[in-house]
Write a protein that binds this ligand. Structure first.
Ligand code: URA
Ligand code: SF4
Length: 204
């Protein structure tokens, strides 16, 4: 099966990876997206945060987590006392997958094949950034990083052994957004902050 590997520069630093990503044809998602959304942050960040895929806003702006979920994440990082320079922010899948509904583009979860196709980028980022801890935001990120399916409810907040470095799984900020204005927001936000603090502590 084709995947991103042939487009990923070997031993590339973050700048080299970023420069090469727009050329990726490792799966079909590039064709309908506006642009690749690679990452934010630099090598040496203690924490590598992995989301699912860019959303509508991210696709238009070319930056990860600049939409509503990104606002929640920024607030949670701030509440956890984590500085932006300590964070490298990326996604399991680098192109926006959506369904056209008239004028609106509705987010469509990436399939296992997209996660697998895009994995060489994530592996290269991990090697280039050398974080102390990886934080998976949601199940898609967990699958991409751990290479297996986990239930968020079973593993969230635990520091797992991700082969060569600790991995912590927490809720995706988009899941929190669905609670806004309903019950459970305060508690869910506090849990996300607690998990981010635990990741930061594990990173030393
Ligand atoms: N959700 C994600 O998983 N990633 C983004 O970049 C934005 C929203
Ligand atoms: Fe390449 Fe990933 Fe985009 Fe697919 S989603 S084209 S593998 S960068």
């Amino acid at each position: 099966r084709p995947g991103a590997q042939e487009w990923v520069p070997s031993d590339g630093d973050v700048a080299a990876l970023r420069a090469a990503a727009p050329g990726c044809r490792g799966c079909e998602l590039w064709a309908d997206a506006t642009q690749v959304v690679f990452s934010a942050g630099e090598a040496g960040a203690r924490l590598m945060l992995v989301g699912e895929q860019p959303g509508d806003r991210e696709d238009r702006e070319g930056q990860p987590f600049v939409g509503p979920a990104g606002r929640v994440l920024a607030d949670a990082l701030e509440a956890a006392g984590i500085a932006r320079e300590d964070v490298y922010l990326t996604n399991a899948v680098k192109h926006f997958r959506f369904e056209d509904r008239g004028k609106r583009r509705i987010h469509k979860k990436p399939g296992a094949a997209h996660v697998e196709a895009c994995h060489p980028w994530l592996a290269a980022e991990r090697a280039a950034v050398r974080p102390a801890v990886v934080v998976c935001l949601g199940a898609t990120a967990a699958r991409a990083v751990l290479g297996r399916d986990v239930r968020i409810g079973d593993v969230r907040g635990e520091v797992l052994d991700g082969e060569d470095l600790p991995v912590l799984v927490t809720t995706h900020p988009s899941a929190l957004l669905r609670l806004r204005g309903r019950g459970g927001w305060d508690e869910a936000f506090a849990e996300l902050v607690t998990d981010l603090r635990a990741a930061s502590a594990a990173a030393g």
